[in-house]
Write a protein that binds this ligand. Structure first.
Ligand code: FAD
Length: 576
């Protein structure tokens, strides 16, 4: 077997500093053969197989690069040629017969036309332009950025920051520092939130211009397999395309028995408008969006009630991870009803009379100043006449795609919320890049192993990869390392002790397969584990990586050590 220099990153002509074996030595798989030294690090080259060193092809001081033969091993078979790094293609989704008749060149033509400018759409448009395509971006809204920038991720986080400052200031009184009750100027607060949104959406205009991406404003619908008619303020613009990327996103689900035309009934967009601070507010739905808004209005002074149909809030996350959030909000909110549904909302002069029914069938009612409906989002697939282009849309409005983001019509791609769960901006962005790169002729596919989820509540709840609940349901064996933040110096210094960092490992190879974290900044911390999973890191990799002290990031390190049994800041559950 010829042993070659493996992938050593972006390095070439790296000197061989030490040869660690001699001709005739017997080596086991993974035994170090020689050391290379780049200007960044010293790297050992391990033996890819067991065998006897027959020949050493390099001397100390020689310079080598990836693929150079360094040693010949006897008694080991040549490894098969490395397969090209292209993800296997998945089955093409179904198409329908195209009903649209529009053909030829439109008023505007794009090699790549992107429908919708949310995080998925603008990413796809900009990436395709950077790869040399002539790109047109269609957007119905006045400003680019979609739900995320205008009425989602960004404005909610601006308000959550304000909520955090208010509650932290309030809680300092337990530690000897008392601030006056905050005076809230809603106009100023709204202006702050709008300015954050404005900076980002305005930035997108500049980025589009800089790339010569043509933006067509108006609502677009397919009129043929290569044509979209855009209804804008100046009438209809027909936009023809060679390839199209659908990034039409999603909108809040409305419930039929709720008077949505009453201004006291709001969805997340209404909640972010911050028209007033209601005295008593019902948040209908204990998912991420509802709980984030509950957190904002609670801090601003509303008495909040949350109602959730399932037996826990944030149903996707493990129960133990949600518990610290549940305990905290139980102490702050007026009521949290689990396993309870809303059966009626009646608009009265004195408020919105809401009827609830619990899991025993018992009915009760209460009256609120505002009801925020946050029961989920539905994809916009049914609104764009996709059948005119032959693109199939399912009953719920989702568009099926393969792992290259292609719909059943090979020159039309779809990305983001409109293709499925999880409806998250970072998933849309990743898919946008894949679609743009495939449309530009690159060999790309969606092959991310995991997509992290975060609730930016107080405390934050974040998870990535496999959850314990999923492992149990699928019969997958996992072992865990759990570190309670009550033993974290940084968390205690922050005046908080309720966090948990939980890592799940494959017991066969100790690789990390999932993580869930609850605590302040859990959303930032989860990224390390997402990388660890993608890189195939194991408990030793996480436990032996030096984390800065004192930080919350140490809790990831400590959870790995809890699994390993090497922790010294606590008594390890098992010693190794
Ligand atoms: P969208 O952002 O939905 O954008 C679609 C765009 O297409 C819109 O601008 C729409 O006007 C336009 N459009 C649609 N149809 C047409 C048409 N026919 N013609 C022209 N234009 C059209 N995700 C996170 O990852 N992190 C968070 O913290 C987070 N917080 C959220 C908070 C709230 C309150 C909400 C509501 C959502 C949040 N999300 C968050 C979800 C996130 O906003 C979405 O997953 C993300 O915006 C989806 O991106 P997208 O590109 O698929 O589409």
């Amino acid at each position: 077997m010829e042993v070659k220099v493996p992938d050593i990153g972006d390095f070439k002509d790296v000197p061989v500093v030490t040869i660690l074996v001699s001709v005739g030595d017997t080596v086991a798989e993974e035994d170090p053969l020689l050391e290379l030294e780049s200007d960044k690090a010293t790297m050992e080259v391990p033996s890819p197989a067991a065998g006897k060193v027959a020949e050493i092809k390099v001397s100390e001081g020689d310079k080598v690069s990836q693929g150079d033969v360094i040693i010949v091993l006897e008694g080991a078979e040549d490894a098969p040629a490395e397969a090209p790094k292209e993800a296997p293609k998945t089955e093409a989704p179904k198409a329908v017969e195209a009903a649209g008749t529009a053909t030829g060149k439109g008023d505007v033509h794009g090699e790549v036309v992107v429908l919708g400018s949310g995080p998925g759409g603008y990413t796809a448009a900009f990436r395709a332009a950077d790869l040399g395509k002539n790109v047109v971006l269609i957007e119905a809204n006045n400003s680019l950025g979609g739900v995320c920038l205008n009425v989602g991720c960004i404005p909610s986080k601006a308000l959550l920051h304000v909520a955090k400052v208010i509650t932290e200031a309030e809680e300092m009184s337990a530690h000897g520092v008392t601030f006056a009750k905050p005076e809230i100027d809603l106009d100023e607060l709204r202006a702050f939130k709008d300015s954050v949104v404005g900076k980002l959406t305005g930035g997108l205009d500049g980025l589009a211009k800089g790339r010569k991406v043509k933006v067509v404003k108006g609502y677009g619908k397919f009129t043929g397999p290569n044509m979209i008619a855009v209804e804008g303020a100046d009438g209809t613009t027909n936009v023809s395309f060679d390839q199209c990327i659908i990034a039409a996103g999603s909108e809040p689900v409305a419930l039929p028995f709720i008077p949505h035309d009453d201004p006291r009934v709001i969805d997340s967009t209404g909640a972010l408008e911050l028209k007033d601070i209601p005295g008593r507010m019902l948040v209908l739905g204990g998912g991420i969006i509802g709980l984030e808004m509950a957190c904002v209005y609670d801090a601003l002074g509303s008495k909040v009630t949350v109602v959730e149909l399932m037996d826990q809030i944030i149903p996707g996350a493990d129960k133990d991870i949600v518990k610290p959030l549940m305990q905290r909000i139980k102490g702050r909110y007026e009521n949290i009803f689990l396993k309870t549904k809303v059966t009626a909302v009646e608009a009265l002069d004195e408020g919105l009379k809401v009827t609830f029914e619990d899991d025993t069938g018992k009915s009760f009612s209460d009256t609120f100043d505002k009801v925020l409906v946050a029961v989920g989002r539905k994809p916009n697939g049914k609104l764009i006449d996709a059948a005119n282009a032959g693109v199939a849309v399912d009953d719920r409005g989702f568009i099926a795609v393969d792992n290259q983001q292609r719909t059943g019509v090979s020159h039309i791609f779809a990305i983001g919320d409109v293709v499925g769960q999880p409806m998250l901006a970072h998933k849309a962005v990743h898919e946008g890049k894949v679609a743009a790169e495939v449309a530009s002729g690159e060999k790309r596919a969606f092959d991310a192993m995991v997509i992290p989820s975060v609730a930016y509540t107080d405390p934050e709840v974040a998870w990535v990869g496999m959850t314990e609940t999923q492992a149990k349901a699928q019969g997958v064996k996992v072992e865990k390392g759990v570190f309670p933040w009550a033993a974290s110096g940084k968390s205690l210094s922050n005046g908080r002790s309720e966090g948990i960092t939980k890592l799940l490992f494959n017991p066969d190879d100790q690789r990390v397969v999932g993580a869930a974290i609850v605590g302040t900044n859990a959303g930032d911390l989860i990224a390390e584990v997402a990388l660890a999973i993608e890189m195939g890191a194991d408990a030793v990799d996480l436990g032996h990586t030096i984390h800065p002290h004192p930080t919350l990031s140490e809790t990831v390190n400590f959870a790995a050590e809890m699994f390993e049994g090497t922790i010294t800041d606590l008594i390890p559950p098992k010693k190794r």
